[in-house]
Design a binder for this molecule. Structure first.
Ligand SMILES: [Zn+2]
Ligand SMILES: [Zn+2]
Length: 258
């Protein structure tokens, strides 16, 4: 399996995953042109994508999804709830390209996708556990208000994880956001803090975990360094050495191969 987080944050989210001959995007929250550029930088052809999987209908996850799907005839996998709520922004998706997510599904015999519900304030939000046929797995969830057992279960035993590390509590409380927005972010339907992400990674750590990407790092209430340090600090306390990388908003990560 190969993975690159093409970019993450409130300005757009997309992750490229390859397993065998199957290539997919999880979310397409940048413009179509930007996604083409990002894939081009990795020598990947957007026309070769087999699917776009959507976690939820917020703009930072679907901005280029409709255009990309139409331009290259890529099937779009989305929950019926998110499709209804995001239909206006997605534009017209033909029946031939629209695939409603109802449970787990397999792409080209290479990649099994297991969606799981997470708490976040969209109409519906899912994360994805992606299993390759040679027993590897990548689990991705970039917008989580609250970690529950369903989330833990799907991240457990994954080789690579992409997990939200949205805000630093102190920076959030001191930033210029209105009171209501701060409360929304902190709530169980909002986002995960660095501390929550650190605790989560420490709790689910296992010897096969190879790489952790911290996602959706806020511009206003966090820094890449703080997210990284908080998570690495918690792991260090336990004597755990692990490759951790804060995914950037404006550039793709190198391809990590499993
Ligand atoms: Zn969202
Ligand atoms: Zn988001």
């Amino acid at each position: 399996m190969k993975i690159s987080v093409l970019g993450s944050g409130s300005g757009g989210n997309a992750t490229f995953v390859e397993s065998g001959d199957t290539k997919i995007l999880v979310d397409a929250g940048f413009s179509c042109r930007k996604i083409e550029e990002k894939l081009g930088a990795l020598q990947k052809d957007p026309a070769g994508l087999d699917a776009i999987l959507i976690t939820h209908e917020h703009m930072d996850h679907i901005a280029g999804a409709g255009i990309l799907s139409r331009k290259y005839n890529i099937p779009l996998y989305i929950t019926p709830e998110s499709y209804r709520a995001g239909q206006g922004r997605l534009g017209d998706i033909s029946d031939a390209l629209l695939r409603f997510i109802e449970g787990e599904f397999v792409l080209n015999d290479d990649l099994q996708a297991i969606p799981f519900d997470v708490m976040h304030d969209a109409e519906r939000t899912v994360g994805f556990r992606l299993n390759s046929d040679d027993g590897k797995s990548v689990t991705i969830s970039t917008d989580i208000g609250h970690v529950n057992n369903i989330v833990r279960e799907h991240f457990r035993d994954s080789d690579v994880i992409v997990i939200e590390s949205n805000y630093d509590h102190c920076m959030l409380m001191n930033c210029g956001y209105p009171f209501e927005l701060k409360n929304r972010i902190k709530s169980r339907n909002g986002h995960l803090s660095n501390e929550m992400a650190a605790r989560f990674v420490r709790d689910i750590y296992h010897a096969q975990l190879r790489k952790v990407y911290l996602a959706h790092v806020s511009r206003d209430s966090n820094t890449y360094e703080m997210a990284y340090e908080t998570v690495c600090g918690a792991l260090r306390e336990e004597g755990i050495r692990l490759s951790v990388e804060a995914a950037r908003q404006d550039r793709q990560t190198d391809i990590f191969e499993l």
